[in-house]
Design a protein around this ligand. Structure first.
Ligand code: 5GP
Length: 193
């Protein structure tokens, strides 16, 4: 998505060759016009899928998901990162390794809000090694819900996420695909070849 790439070029920071910081429009301050354009793009891409619910992970997946949920007129559920005792009877849960914090956390979702009747589109802000997405998939599978697609705002294509998620049998659609962050410069995947 050209607009998103332009935002990344203009506003992103590259603290090291593995991390992209987009606090200015997605991870701290939220650019509502950009979120709407992202939501429109996702709506168009998944227009042939029957979607009853958007599922994401707190915190930064929520903003694009809410705009998309509004456009599709469906609810948005965000899975929670939980460090306290898990009520196993009430929640689905799984462990996820955090790329940014380099430690494991529990990911939970209430059994009330994800059920076998749901056709889910999963959305997240970033994909790196795919651990968050695979954790969300495990929970959706536990709930016996139908996962119709995965939409990622920014994919770091030089990391393993896409490969692992595709090997698990799911397609990944990303709005921006970063090829490299070497020398503090953002290089996008050239989709034309
Ligand atoms: P993964 O689980 O795919 O390894 O990492 C994805 C999660 O880690 C995302 O939900 C996002 O919160 C965080 N993340 C991974 N890489 C980056 C990055 O370069 N920048 C930011 N802001 N978050 C990232």
């Amino acid at each position: 998505m050209k607009l998103l790439e332009d935002y990344i070029k203009k506003y992103a920071n590259v603290p090291n060759e593995n991390v992209l910081k987009v606090d200015c429009f997605l991870n701290h301050q939220i650019d509502t016009n950009l979120m709407m354009e992202i939501a429109k793009d996702l709506k168009e891409h998944f227009k042939n899928k029957k979607i009853t619910k958007i599922v994401t992970i707190e915190t930064s997946g929520i903003a694009p998901s809410v705009f998309l949920g509004y456009l599709l007129n469906v609810p948005v559920v965000f899975m929670k990162k939980n460090n306290s005792r898990i009520m196993v009877d009430e929640n689905y849960h799984t462990q996820v390794h955090s790329f940014t914090k380099n430690k494991d956390y529990d990911l939970i979702a209430s059994k009330k809000y994800i059920t076998k009747d749901d056709s889910i589109l999963f959305i997240d802000d970033f994909m790196a090694n795919g651990e968050a997405c695979l954790g969300a998939i495990r929970i959706i599978e536990q709930a016996q819900a139908h996962l119709v697609g995965i939409g990622i705002v920014i994919e770091k294509a030089f990391q393993e996420g896409r490969k692992k998620v595709e090997e698990a049998g799911y397609e990944v659609y990303s709005l921006a695909r970063v090829q490299s962050l070497e020398k503090n410069k953002v290089q996008f995947v050239d989709e034309s070849n």
